[in-house]
Design a protein around this ligand. Sequence first.
Ligand SMILES: Nc1ncnc2c1ncn2[C@@H]1O[C@H](COP(=O)(O)OP(=O)(O)OP(=O)(O)O)[C@@H](O)[C@H]1O
Ligand SMILES: O=C(O)C1=C[C@@H](O)[C@@H](O)[C@H](O)C1
Ligand SMILES: [Mg+2]
Length: 267
Amino acid sequence: MMIKEPETLILVGFMGAGKTTVGQEIARQHHSQFVDIDSEIERIAKQSIPELFRSRGEAGFRQIESEVLASLQTFKGIVATGGGVVERMENLEILKQSAATVIYLHGNLESTINRLLIEGQRPLLQEKSTADFFNLWQLRDPKYKMIANFTVETVGKTPERIAAEIIALFSTNEDELALLQLRSEIDAFDRQIFQIIERRMQVVTAVAHYKAQFGMATIQQERMRNMRTLLKYDFEQSEDITDEMIDQIMTILTSSAIAKENKQLKR
Ligand SMILES: Nc1ncnc2c1ncn2[C@@H]1O[C@H](COP(=O)(O)OP(=O)(O)OP(=O)(O)O)[C@@H](O)[C@H]1O
Ligand SMILES: O=C(O)C1=C[C@@H](O)[C@@H](O)[C@H](O)C1
Ligand SMILES: [Mg+2]
């Protein structure tokens, strides 16, 4: 059975997740109407969001945000919410009960913050530290999940591709959809694994500098053997992480690290 194409899609997610950009792109590709709650607020208040936060405070902003959300209950098309739409209980109620399909644009904190720093338009970004942001992310993530009908992974994808994936959701067989969701989770893990490997290689570079400075050997066989033994011990009870898997992955990681260290030491 096909999933019935919804008349209204509401995009939710953290600030900078791409709700406005992707929403406009879905509307363009699908020839639908588009409304951005933040832009509506600015139009009604006749002030930019940073000005509104300064003149009426966050509470004043949230009041208008709730009024705009409530006024959109009969709107048909694509709605981009603001990242803080989940801050008020009454908004959560509206979104949970809405006949519209709610889509959570999920990303990662690092790339999101980088984007917002380039833009510099979010008042909350100016007053919060990275640690505050992380806490806000942790608090909001379960709320987005609670109200969303679908979660779409955005990391490493262009807005055009995310929009196309969302449109494709509704021409997909319902059975296939569960599979699509699971695959998108696997893709997100793969991206995270490679981001961590990249960070590992950055540490390798620092180690190579150190070894060069103190004239130490690149290959330290014993250290590498010990690490494999420790990992096998950690995952002794795991059915999935076998000794063979640990050996294969560690061989790739250590050989790439040795190649990088040797290259640097030759310079
Ligand atoms: N998938 C993406 N890849 C690269 N850049 C993106 C992507 N999505 C959005 N951006 C860029 O990130 C910035 C923030 O995007 P956007 O304004 O759409 O976020 P938002 O979710 O609407 O945020 P807010 O909740 O603050 O309104 C913009 O400069 C946009 O061009
Ligand atoms: O995440 C938030 O609380 C906000 C996100 C933006 O969309 C704006 O609505 C405003 O900057 C607040
Ligand atoms: Mg926006």
